[in-house]
Design a protein around this ligand. Structure first.
Ligand SMILES: Cc1cc2nc3c(=O)[nH]c(=O)nc-3n(C[C@H](O)[C@H](O)[C@H](O)COP(=O)(O)OP(=O)(O)OC[C@H]3O[C@@H](n4cnc5c(N)ncnc54)[C@H](O)[C@@H]3O)c2cc1C
Length: 442
């Protein structure tokens, strides 16, 4: 018997939470044992990494979770070819400490380094370089997968190819990934040449995006309180690896937010004050060098920053809009937010490229992506999100399940029409709260 604990587990947005039977295997055989026991008990379970998914896709309320963070060994690192193979519970945080001094970086990184390799594959995460590098899954060469019906198997583009494609962006439902092999990107330095450029409106954002195609990393912060002619104003940031400057990895630590902020610190008044200061600070117009840690991971500086939204938590919402409709749809989305009087603290706008992912259910599509977050104010917040959903649906876009804990079933099915292939390939003992919502018949 593997040890199991009855624990209250929270998603990163802290709206979705609840009791789970959690097992913590530290070896691949331990994963197998946890899966066998779940199958024998006729129960369900789900792999759980570092819990950085905001909604309910990483939870399995009332069922089990196999927490993978004890499965964290580096198995092999070819320093000449830049190919690394590691346990699926290894975090990017730990991986980068080894690979950066050797001159290699992960080919794609999300906005936090506190994600596991398994989580990065299961959500086929994207980063600031999507327009040139595609998703994380595009750089994965093979992985191990434990299934209740087949034991541990290997998946690669030429081996169990359909499971390879359905596991990349498969929300953890095709099996528990035990190890991942990924091709890294060569870097000459841990520093980036960075330009932060204030933009006055949405047209300025899109025009600068077009002119920055050769910059590997681009993203913009948007002031969602700006209206009228200033709609879409913000700060456009672009970066490229520097040719020199040392290969020092990031340091560990940083302060933690020890408590939930009483009543939530983030409301339209505080966000308005923050936005004014953010645009006026010297770094808003900056051309210079920056270490990768503040460039890619500014939020990691304050651990548990998600507690700033108070005990009721917050909703993240992220859409992808196809190129043909992106300008108009983003305009309507920002207008809807500004008119609502609610404010999004972390509003991020970026254009996606057209590199296809090997993942069948990957989120990115050629066009634009807008990510917003809102403190949970109950029905008012849900009503605003529904209005935003409608704009995305009309534009032929989709929402990111890793971020969203209330994504409506019809919208998911329309945005990811191949979801039935995932359901057919799902390991029968694996289930998540999200997948239950997406598959149950009304
Ligand atoms: C501050 C912040 C910034 C972010 N920025 C981005 C971004 O820029 N781009 C982006 O794409 N995402 C972004 N994310 C989302 C995050 O990258 C994903 O949610 C990621 O999947 C989380 O990894 P995790 O290890 O925490 O996995 P969890 O959140 O614990 O799990 C995520 C999913 O992966 C599955 N899973 C985890 N491990 C395994 C495994 N071993 N085998 C099978 N399935 C597994 C789970 O079942 C679940 O479905 C961000 C999140 C935060 C908090």
């Amino acid at each position: 018997m593997t040890a199991r604990e009855d624990l209250n587990v929270l998603a990163w947005g802290r709206v979705h939470r609840g009791r789970h039977f959690v097992s913590d295997p530290a070896t691949r055989n331990g994963v197998g044992a946890a899966i066998r026991e779940t199958a024998e008990a006729g129960a369900s379970t789900l792999a759980h990494g570092l819990g950085r998914s905001y909604g309910d896709s990483g939870l399995n309320l009332g069922g089990g979770l196999v927490r993978t963070t004890g499965l964290d060994r580096l198995i092999a690192f070819d320093r000449a070819a830049g190919i690394v193979r590691a346990d699926a519970g290894l975090s990017l945080d730990a991986l980068l400490r080894v690979t950066v001094p050797a001159g290699w970086f992960v080919p794609v990184t999300p906005g936090t380094k506190f994600v596991t390799l398994g989580g990065a594959v299961a959500n086929d995460v994207h980063g600031k370089n999507h327009h040139l590098a595609g998703t994380f899954g595009s750089h994965v060469t093979r992985f191990g997968l434990w299934r209740s019906d087949r034991g541990e198997i290997e998946c690669a583009p030429d081996e169990n190819a359909d499971l390879f494609a359905l596991t990349i962006g498969g929300f953890g439902l095709t099996g528990v990934i035990t190890w991942v092999e990924v091709r890294l990107e060569r870097i000459a330095s841990a520093m980036l040449e960075v330009e932060n450029i204030p933009v006055d409106d949405l047209d300025a954002f899109f025009s600068l995006s077009e002119r920055s195609d050769s910059w590997p990393f681009t993203v913009a912060w948007v002031d969602t309180l700006a209206r009228g002619e200033r709609l879409g104003r913000g700060i456009f940031s672009r970066g490229r690896w520097a040719g020199n400057g040392g290969l020092n990895p990031h340091r560990s630590g940083g302060p933690r937010l020890p408590l939930d902020a009483p009543g939530g610190l983030l409301n339209s008044l505080t966000v308005g004050a923050f936005n004014r200061l953010y645009r006026a600070r010297p770094g808003a117009r900056f051309h210079g060098r920056q270490h990768y840690d503040p460039f890619f991971y500014p939020l990691d500086r304050l651990r548990d920053w998600n507690r700033m939204y108070g005990s009721r938590g917050f909703y993240q919402w992220q859409c992808a809009i196809p190129t043909a409709h992106m300008r108009e749809a983003v305009r309507v989305l920002l207008d809807t937010v500004a008119a609502s009087g609610d404010a999004s603290f972390l509003a991020v706008l970026k254009t996606f490229g057209d590199a296809p992912s090997p993942g069948v259910l990957s989120f990115p599509m050629s066009g634009a992506t807008l990510a917003l977050d809102f403190a949970n104010r109950g029905a008012d917040t849900l009503s605003l999100l529904s209005r935003l959903d409608r704009v995305v649906a009309e534009a032929g876009g989709r929402l990111y399940p890793a971020k969203d804990g209330r994504l409506p079933q019809a919208m998911f099915r329309a945005g990811f029409p191949r979801w039935t292939e995932l359901e057919a390939a799902r390991d029968p003992i694996l289930m998540s709260s999200f997948w239950r919502r997406m598959t149950e018949e009304a």
